[in-house]
Design a protein around this ligand. Structure first.
Ligand SMILES: [Zn+2]
Length: 262
């Protein structure tokens, strides 16, 4: 038995227990199946699925989750994924963030549908949502968070085999990384000396990102000059529009070492 569980047993009336009881009314008690029975066709399965599995009887995808109400392992249908996600947000006290993000996604999806006259692809929506989140983070001075959103934008493009665009977004991520991005939202502007937007001294290049870039560079058959040109083309406007202390010219020296060696 874990320490937390022991404490809960000893001090049953602790704050966390009270909090949980008050939330329980909004959490589903019976959602999902706790035994190896398909949540679509109710046929018996060989064993309880441990991850996303196709039902051998009805061929629908079954998903494994933990039920927020009692933290029991359950298997659910695809249309129940969002319910579980929202209930976890309620339980974790982040329901307002969850609702804000859902509203963002809806606003972006609706806008795209109107503009193109058809239902937009999920990948396109995801890309635009990430871009919106990145811009918002940059506006708040959270350059570390913005960098993470940009990284996910690059991965989104890579998954869709948009190799050159993905590489260009990785250039953007590396430029931020070399500058050492910080998160400053909520801090007083007078602390700017102590907590700047960027600290190049703490900048570093993520090995995982470099690995992905090397793969793309070889797929695109780019040489060092192509990469230098692309890196500067992408980052010159970013350098002008953001408080990054290092120029793309100097940042390229760091990146070049990682990509092409000495
Ligand atoms: Zn089934």
């Amino acid at each position: 038995m874990g320490l937390t569980k022991i404490f809960k047993k000893l001090f049953g009336n602790s704050e966390s227990t009270v909090k949980r009881t008050s939330q329980s009314s909004s959490l589903s008690k019976n959602i999902g199946n706790t035994t190896a029975v398909c949540p679509y066709c109710e046929e018996k399965l060989e064993k309880m699925p441990k991850r996303k599995t196709k039902c051998p009887h009805c061929e629908n995808y079954i998903y494994k989750r933990t039920r927020p109400y009692d933290e029991v392992d359950i298997i659910i249908r695809e249309d129940q994924i969002n319910i579980i996600e929202e209930e976890w947000a309620i339980k974790n006290g982040s329901h307002d963030i969850y609702l804000k993000e859902k509203a963002r996604e809806k606003r972006i999806r609706d806008g795209m549908r109107e503009r193109y006259g058809k239902e937009p692809a999920d990948y396109d929506v995801e890309f635009r949502v990430l871009n919106d989140q990145a811009v918002e983070a940059e506006f708040s001075g959270d350059w570390g968070f913005a960098r993470n959103y940009r990284l996910n934008m690059a991965k989104n493009l890579e998954k869709r085999k948009r190799h050159e665009l993905a590489l260009r977004l990785y250039y953007h991520v590396c430029y931020l990384d070399i500058n050492g991005p910080n998160n400053r939202s909520g801090m007083q502007s007078v602390d700017l000396d102590k907590y700047p937007y960027f600290t190049p001294k703490s900048g570093f290049l993520a090995p995982g990102v470099i690995k992905r870039m090397k793969k793309l560079i070889s797929k695109l058959e780019f040489d060092e000059a192509d990469c230098k040109h692309g890196f500067k083309e992408v980052n010159n406007p970013i350098s002008k529009g953001s408080p990054t202390p290092l120029s793309p010219e100097n940042a390229w020296i760091e990146l070049r070492k990682e990509l092409f060696g000495d």
